[in-house]
Write a new protein. Structure first.
Length: 205
């Protein structure tokens, strides 16, 4: 169990044990969350982050009307233009830094920078527009990054079994697929645990 101790020399601020013993510092790993425009990446990061999440959202204007399809998300009025960032402690010895990637094609050039140092990625999918997650699937496959697929179930959308989604996307059996809700923290944590387990199990990608 994690605990804090106090060091009177530092204004009575709580000090974590690894500040005395660096060998006890938790392992910090980086993961990416990718997927199509409006699939729920910002919600995913915000739901799970134990710190105030960093968001780089901009208000959408008429200038993007020809490139951003809002048919499935008509109430969406902002979009991520760089990345989302959050942090979550999964265990006493494991901290995840979670980076959400921008979904629109014009921002894909940033993926090459965001992927550096990541142990794996989550591809979010919306069953109403599965084709939107193909670029993220192709990208992770091409760079050999372990990944899992998290199907974000939206209200009013048809519920599918994970194997149905796997078949529709022609995802290899080695890749985990999970149905989840990006608004629920426990559902997001389950997705991240699934990814970390997959990334660390030694399965060749």
């Amino acid at each position: 169990m994690a605990f804090a101790v106090f060091d009177p020399a530092i204004d009575d601020e709580p000090v974590q044990p690894w500040q005395y013993d660096r060998s006890r510092a938790p392992v910090a790993v980086k993961v990416l969350v990718a997927g199509g425009f409006g699939v729920g990446k910002t919600t995913f990061v915000s739901s799970v982050s134990e710190i105030a999440p960093l968001r780089t959202e901009a208000v959408m204007t008429q200038a993007s009307a020809d490139t951003d399809d809002l048919s499935a998300t008509p109430e969406k009025n902002t979009t991520t233009v760089a990345m989302d960032f959050g942090r979550v402690t999964l265990a006493d010895d494991l901290v995840l830094y979670v980076y959400g990637t921008p979904g629109q094609e014009r921002f894909w050039f940033m993926w090459d920078d965001l992927v550096r140092g990541a142990i794996g990625g989550i591809v979010m999918a919306d069953t109403r527009r599965l084709r939107d997650c193909f670029p993220a699937l192709d990208y992770f496959e091409s760079c050999g990054l372990p990944y899992a697929v998290a199907v974000n179930h939206f209200d009013g959308s048809h519920a599918y079994e994970p194997e149905d989604v796997r078949e529709a996307l022609t995802i290899p059996d080695r890749v985990p697929v999970l149905i989840m809700d990006a608004r629920r923290r426990e559902s997001v944590v389950e997705s991240l645990l699934m990814l970390v387990g997959h990334a660390l199990d030694g399965t060749p990608e």
